[in-house]
Ligand binder design. Structure first.
Ligand SMILES: [Zn+2]
Length: 187
């Protein structure tokens, strides 16, 4: 893939006061460009491609939970990483999604520039859209390097976001069941 990114990274190195011709930095613009393209590869994916027909008929209307999905994203304000875990649940109404697909949907949206609130919402809406579930819940807990490495330097602050749709919004019993099931893994 031809890209202007290496050129721009070289310029950034100069602006920062570095010498892009010194040995340790010679290949850095190319490497940094590849890394950034990888971290943003979610832009070239779609939910349809990822699901790819892995939607199966099922009579179950029991809550499906996938906990502790590793999450790596970049904040759109500083282009710095935020990393953490996503917990996803849905209540099927005739169709269930292949389990690995949920993690891949999380990854697709995470591999774009994000704020955590929008990421949480996009995952929930996508799963709702694919499965027509009677409820979808997404909780994300993440640490933001833009808070830890700069500015307020809050080393241990964990940001929590959640989106509850359908039954998870309407029924506190359903919501509590989900929250208890994901809490247990963290103790
Ligand atoms: Zn940030």
């Amino acid at each position: 893939m031809t890209s202007n990114l290496p050129h721009h990274y070289r310029e950034i190195l100069k602006e920062l006061g570095e010498d892009p011709n010194r040995e340790g930095l010679l290949d850095t613009p190319t490497r940094a460009a590849k890394a950034m393209q990888y971290l943003c590869h979610g832009y070239s994916q779609t939910v349809e491609e990822i699901v790819n027909g892995a939607l199966f008929a099922s009579d179950s209307d029991e809550m499906v939970i996938v906990k502790d999905i590793e999450l790596y994203s970049l904040c759109e304000h500083h282009l710095l990483p935020f990393i953490g875990k996503a917990h996803v649940a849905y209540i099927p109404t005739g169709k269930v999604l292949g389990l690995s697909k949920i993690a891949r949907i999380v990854d697709m949206f995470a591999r774009r520039l994000q704020i955590q609130e929008n990421l949480t919402r996009e995952i929930a809406d996508a799963i709702q859209g694919i499965t027509a579930a009677s409820g979808v819940a997404v909780v994300i807990e993440a640490k933001h390097m833009c808070m830890m490495m700069r500015g307020v330097e809050k080393q241990n602050s964990l940001m929590n976001t959640s989106v509850m749709l359908g039954a998870f919004r309407e029924s506190s019993t359903t919501r509590q069941e989900f929250l208890q099931l994901i809490r247990r893994s963290n103790d």
